[in-house]
Design a protein. Structure first.
Lengths: 99, 483
């Protein structure tokens, strides 16, 4: 990956698209909250969007798989698809070095 | 045929609805597969837009492949205005972007994003039709093939459950019909498109591989896409069941009419005018066209060797004013070098012109030039279908044919004449040192006609058969070698 490693002050803008309260959605929300609190405390904005309630957002934000976590900042944009149960893939998608 | 009535959704694509006896299975998915450039996208677009504009069925076009600007250009090339259709709530275009390099997969997922987007688009405009082009792009963007397959199965079920008439396109695969075996999920209707290039000429073909519960043509049919949209040429619609019309139509040359029982050709018949270079074939065809226009009838002139302005200029020299009729719109020229397209495409284009313009008369000048792009046998088969189609539309047609008189008539030439109702042969003669011309009606089915070889002249006033019989003392009509 060619992106510069985020410095500890880099701000994260994240959006997690879920489908109601499905088990995968619940798992994904928990996993994303956990990694944010642990690794990005105080420097992230996380929006959680239920595409069942806001279907137009699925089109606008190019959601295909569900759940999907979109990291719009820092660049480059990344889309992490799944229930986020693979922690190292999640961390690598966020540009954080996997533990 | 089952006892249950199988409802169909017309595609509005000329030829395809005839082949399928009404259209695609209503409320069910159809798989449309083909290689790159075979016309999958344009055919699906036509299906969606025709549904919206002609059958009161709004539609959703979901694209996985083309960029939004390319999609827009594609719609425009078919004469459709995406923005206008969108504003009128007849169409939703959703472009699904899947950038492999952006994607990370972490754990289990489904494709609810696609379902939500489709469902939302369908609900917004009350869509009855959906096209998904090409869903296999998912396999390139995502790696969990098992998850994708189960989601595809669910998607086809979902489309059926919602009663949507859908086209799903797929890339042609080497060992399977589609690269990812989509045919496994669609059981109702499968259509295959093919773009074959032979001798650097491309011809698109369409075949209905499967249509559950419905009769359908099983052959391959030429398939055409141009600025007027998509059309398929169903060969089976041409046949031998044309009604034989007792009406007659002037040849445009009074003295020739009198050789044909005084009344000219039969309406809806096929006429062959053959001769060596410079014998006056096009002139005779031009008289025929001019007379038609003079009666207020529409004429299409398919010019394969000369441009429309050239023909107009040349005919003006014998007093035949085609330019006037071309300007008035009664005469339409279709000029194209044979080498522009394959035989099938020529055929499909002529059919399209016949359907759109609805001429009473046609000139195909000269059919011999098709031999430059196909074998004698292929050209013969194509001309057979062309003659059938023109007959089925009751178009009286003059086909000109260039023959080299110093050569033995080849098989293609000889066999074409058997398809024709009337055959007029033009020749050059040399009589006492004068170059002169003569014609002979070799055959004319269903009428009494002159069997004499008659002299004719081509002058400022046009084509006239000379009254006096050729000097009977000239026993040998020496034919000049061809040019």
């Amino acid at each position: 990956m060619t992106d510069t490693a985020p410095t500890p002050s880099t701000r994260y803008v994240l959006c997690l698209f879920v489908t109601g309260a499905s088990p995968r959605s619940v798992r994904a929300i928990r996993a994303v909250r956990d990694i944010c609190d642990e690794r990005l405390a105080g420097r992230y904005d996380l929006e959680v969007v239920d595409i069942y309630r806001h279907p137009q957002r699925a089109r606008e934000d190019q959601v295909v798989g569900a759940p999907t976590l979109v990291k719009s900042l820092p660049l480059p944009v990344r889309r992490i698809i799944g229930d986020m149960s693979n922690g190292s893939r999640l961390a690598s998608g966020l540009g954080l070095i996997a533990r | 045929m089952t006892a249950n009535f199988l409802a169909k959704a017309p595609t509005g694509i000329s030829g395809l609805d005839e082949m399928t006896m009404g259209g695609l299975p209503k409320g069910r998915p159809t798989l449309l597969c083909g290689g790159p450039g075979s016309g999958k996208t344009l055919l699906s677009m036509s299906f969606i837009v025709n549904g919206a504009l002609r059958y009161g069925e709004p539609g959703v076009f979901m694209s996985f492949e083309e960029r939004p600007e390319d999609l827009r250009a594609n719609f425009t090339s078919l004469g459709f205005d995406v923005d206008d259709l969108t504003k009128r709530e007849l169409l939703v275009v959703d472009h699904v972007r899947l950038e492999r390099s952006e994607i990370e997969e972490s754990g289990e997922y489904d494709l609810e994003g696609i379902f939500v987007r489709l469902g939302y688009a369908v609900d917004t405009i009350g869509a009855k039709r959906v096209a998904i082009d090409t869903i296999e792009a998912l396999f390139a963007g995502l790696s969990n093939e098992a998850a994708l397959r189960s989601e595809l199965r669910r998607l086809f079920g979902w489309l059926k459950e919602r009663g949507l008439t859908a086209i799903i396109t797929g890339e042609r695969g080497a060992s399977h019909l589609t690269r990812y075996g989509l045919e496994e999920y669609v059981s109702d209707c499968v259509i295959v498109l093919d773009n074959r290039i032979v001798d650097q000429l491309s011809t698109r073909r369409l075949r209905i591989l499967k249509y559950r519960g419905s009769a359908h043509g099983a052959d391959e049919y030429p398939f055409l896409i141009d600025e007027r949209g998509a059309s398929v040429l169903p060969i089976s619609s041409a046949g031998l069941d044309h009604s034989a019309c007792p009406e007659r139509m002037s040849t445009g040359v009074a003295s020739l009419d009198s050789m044909l029982g005084g009344e000219g050709y039969f309406v809806g018949s096929s006429i062959l005018v053959s001769g060596a270079a410079g014998t006056g074939k096009s002139s005779l065809a031009a008289h025929f066209a001019e007379a038609g226009c003079g009666r207020g009838e529409k004429v299409v002139y398919v010019a394969l060797e000369e441009s429309a302005p050239q023909i107009i200029r040349n005919m003006a020299s014998i007093g035949v004013d085609l330019g006037r009729w071309a300007t008035s719109g009664l005469l339409r020229f279709n000029a194209a070098r044979p080498s522009y397209y394959g035989l099938e495409t020529h055929l499909a284009k002529i059919l399209r012109e016949v359907q759109c313009f609805q001429p009473k008369l046609a000139v195909i000048d000269p059919i011999s030039s098709f031999l430059s792009i196909g074998s004698g046998r292929e050209v013969h088969a194509m001309l057979l279908r062309l003659a059938d189609i023109l007959k089925a539309h009751n178009v009286t047609t003059v086909f000109t044919e260039l023959v080299a008189t110093n050569l033995r008539r080849d098989e293609a030439e000889a066999s074409v004449s058997s398809l024709m109702d009337t055959w007029i042969s033009l020749r050059r003669l040399e009589i006492a040192g004068d170059a002169r011309r003569a014609l002979c009606i070799v055959k004319s089915r269903g009428m009494a006609h002159s069997r004499r070889v008659r002299e004719f002249v081509l002058e400022d006033a046009g084509f006239t058969v000379v009254d006096e019989p050729l000097d009977p003392s000239i026993t040998t009509l020496r034919q000049e070698p061809g040019a």
